[in-house]
Design a protein around this ligand. Sequence first.
Ligand code: UD1
Ligand code: MG
Length: 453
Amino acid sequence: MSQRTCLSVILAAGEGTRMKSAVPKVLHLIAGLPMVAHVVKAAEAAGSGDLALVIGHGAEEMRKATQKFAPKAETFVQDKRLGTAHAVLAARAAISKGYDDILVMFGDTPLIDPEVLAAARLKLAEGAAVVVVGFRTSNPSGYGRLIEKGGKLVAIREEKDCTGEEKKITFCNGGLMAVAGKHALQLLDQVGNNNAKGEYYLTDIVEIAGGQGFDVVAAEASFENALGINNRAELAAAEGIWQTRRRREAMLSGVTLIAPETVFFSHDTEIGADTIVEPNVWFGPGVTIATGAKIHAFSHIEGATIASNCDVGPYARLRPGADLRQKAKVGNFCEVKGATIEEGAKVNHLTYIGDARVGAGANIGAGTITCNYDGYSKFFTDIGEGAFIGSNSSLVAPVTIGKGGYIASGSVITESVPDDALAFGRARQRTLAGKGKELRERFASAEAARKKA
Ligand code: UD1
Ligand code: MG
């Protein structure tokens, strides 16, 4: 099959009014990736080299977004929404380049499994002209029904055009079709719009191809493959299914999830074996975790690289550019952004480390803040290997703390500290014997005088 060429035509011209959104429907995210990008990924995984994206509503935004997730895709604008066959024909220029296989998919059906696509392509390789991916459901309302005669697929009837008997059919069109490239255009060109909706239905090519004596087959897949998103409730349901699949995959690859249903992955999360993830952890895009890390409860992690045997959280926030090297620790209520925490360094409590390097083995005391921003620009803080930063210190960037440098608690450090130096950046303490008692007595008599008056 690998020698066969394949074009995927992804239909995404619909407005998606039920999303009640200024954002085109297919750009809404599942696991941090636009739903149409999930479809693109599946097409690519099934060996589809070329992509044609049919857009309409929000064309400019769609084009821009497509640049990011499918830079090689060609976009075609369907000016008027006259039906799914009409939409496919918007990509006529791509189809007519000549492909062995044409896959037609909907941009709002993000859970499509690449294996289902590959199986449909295989049926084309075996000689079918049209392959329809169907699913069975006890509630077929709204779907096109697959009409079979003598075990052969002869037509797809849209709900609105069904007879009472046909409506009882529970084998439905999932919306995914594979068409032999050499017949695709002539089949599509014959589709008319003489039906209840007055639309050019892609589904009509089943009857047309059968009438020409071509082989037309139905391939059954699970309902998830056909799950179309029309509103935010369905979006959440698809997210749920995606997360369930991903959690299982993570666990089967050696990751412990204590309460899997409370851990949320991103489309690109990479997480190594023997990592333990406690309950209520969120992974945003761009996270890579090596083996044996512990991610404690309630941590929020995005754009971060976590090396082996690191310890993160509970309640840690790792933002983009956080780079934790082996055995680094970032504890509770700490935020790390654009910073490297080198091997074995500890940032344990209530701290902000932004635009910085924390050298190997350094210890950052509770409440330390790297003051990286002056309201206009960002500056870097460099903390040397083995340095000790006393609690409640402010390191005003740009500033360097040398190797083995020692910062007294409560310091405001505005000047760089050389290797092995001790720095105090605070007023010296004064202790006055007996003065506490004297002060209290003075305040008490003043209050008594006020009450009398
Ligand atoms: C379609 C199928 C139906 C199937 C169902 C599965 C047809 C005629 N019907 O019905 O058999 O059971 O999907 O979900 O194909 N689109 C365009 N341009 C258009 C029309 C549609 O780009 O002119 C896109 C939409 O944005 C959407 C997809 O095609 O992504 C499907 O269109 P939709 O209107 O949802 O078709 P259904 O009525 O759901
Ligand atoms: Mg639909």
